[in-house]
Design a protein around this ligand. Structure first.
Ligand SMILES: [Zn+2]
Length: 345
């Protein structure tokens, strides 16, 4: 892929553009958003019709994934090793990330009334989630477009994985699965609706023999923030969308599916999770510094002291107090992760 042009002008990015999700007029809300890789710059638009924010220009940069997977920046990188050691890999994942907790809960609830679930993970990455599900007795296949991701997954966990594009996979595996899920992937693809349509095509519709299936999609939740908030999200083009509950309702209509959202109350009660931020409803801007330099090396913004203290919970809390880093304890049914369940009619 060609290097992204780093300079943009106001002429290139007008006040209004057509929303790439619903086609309505979307308004410019941030002209100069730093890119994930220095010195790229993007603009952020908001579509009031589907309550979606997106970055412009719509360029994917696959180099980011090579850097993230190849150079061990991502915390996802440590999971394959840890999961192989874990006694209960599925429980390990449920404890590790809220998105995994939510998907596992929905799968377990579905398995309680439906036998022999056939499950598909879209965007299986390094393969640990698909492995953990198989380990727990759920027949799961993982697909990913990254050849190196699939090769590493197969080498570590066995042959549960295939390198495939979801559109082509959907053509060959129509209405085959009881659960199709995609964790934190939709915000990375330039065409969200065709992506969801392909995911949905793999899943059994309601009229299918033995009942319909569930399509589970997780992504950062715009609805958890104030309506004025701008891009409280990873920088583009790593993330290209910031989707809300309204965005999901719009997409559900387009794929002829019903829609429901994970209720996070139980998770918030169990985990008493505090996040390093103000109340999301008071957060307006969150544009961060680039994560990678021009050559794809991580730019570490955390101090050495903070990184050291991070592993000592009490010391971390004191450090945050001293440095006045705000904390917010999450409560209620809405989470920072939007976990949507679509069910095809
Ligand atoms: Zn829209």
């Amino acid at each position: 892929m060609k290097k992204i042009k780093s300079t943009q002008t106001e002429e290139v990015f007008p006040e209004f553009v057509e929303c790439p999700l619903c086609g309505a007029d979307a308004r410019l809300v941030e002209k100069h958003c730093p890119g994930f890789i220095k010195p790229d710059m993007f603009s952020i638009y908001h579509c009031p019709a589907c309550d979606t924010q997106f970055s412009m220009p719509r360029i994917e940069n696959h180099k980011i994934y090579e850097y993230m997977y190849g150079r061990a920046y991502s915390h996802y990188r440590c999971y394959p090793k840890e999961i192989k050691k874990a006694k209960n890999p599925l429980q390990y994942l449920a404890n590790a990330e809220p998105a995994y907790w939510a998907v596992i809960k929905i799968i377990q609830e579905t398995a309680a009334y439906k036998k022999d679930l056939k499950i598909l993970e879209i965007g299986s990455g390094l393969g640990y989630f698909t492995y953990a599900l198989n380990h727990a007795g759920y027949q799961t296949t993982g697909i990913d477009i990254s050849e190196s991701g699939v090769a590493q997954a197969r080498q570590t966990f066995g042959d549960y994985y295939l390198c495939a594009d979801v559109t082509k996979w959907a053509d060959k595996h129509k209405e085959e699965y009881d659960v199709v899920f995609s964790v934190e992937t939709i915000e990375h693809v330039s065409e969200a609706l065709p992506f969801l349509r392909s995911i949905a095509a793999c899943c059994k519709p309601r009229k299918a023999l033995g009942g319909g299936g569930k399509i589970i999609v997780t992504t950062p939740n715009k609805s958890a923030y104030s309506s004025e908030a701008v891009w409280c999200n990873s920088l583009p083009p790593f993330h290209m969308w910031w989707l809300s509950e309204t965005s999901m309702h719009y997409m559900a209509k387009q794929i002829d599916a019903s829609v429901s959202f994970m209720d996070w109350s139980e998770y918030h009660r169990q985990n008493r999770c505090a996040v390093r931020m103000k109340n999301p409803k008071e957060t307006v801007r969150w544009l961060r510094a680039p994560f990678l330099d021009e050559n794809g090396y991580a730019i570490h913004s955390k101090s050495a002291l903070y990184k050291f203290l991070e592993n000592i919970p009490l010391a971390k809390r004191i450090f945050r107090k001293v440095m006045r880093i705000p904390e917010y304890r999450l409560q209620g049914s809405r989470g920072l992760i939007l976990c949507t369940v679509f069910e095809r009619e």
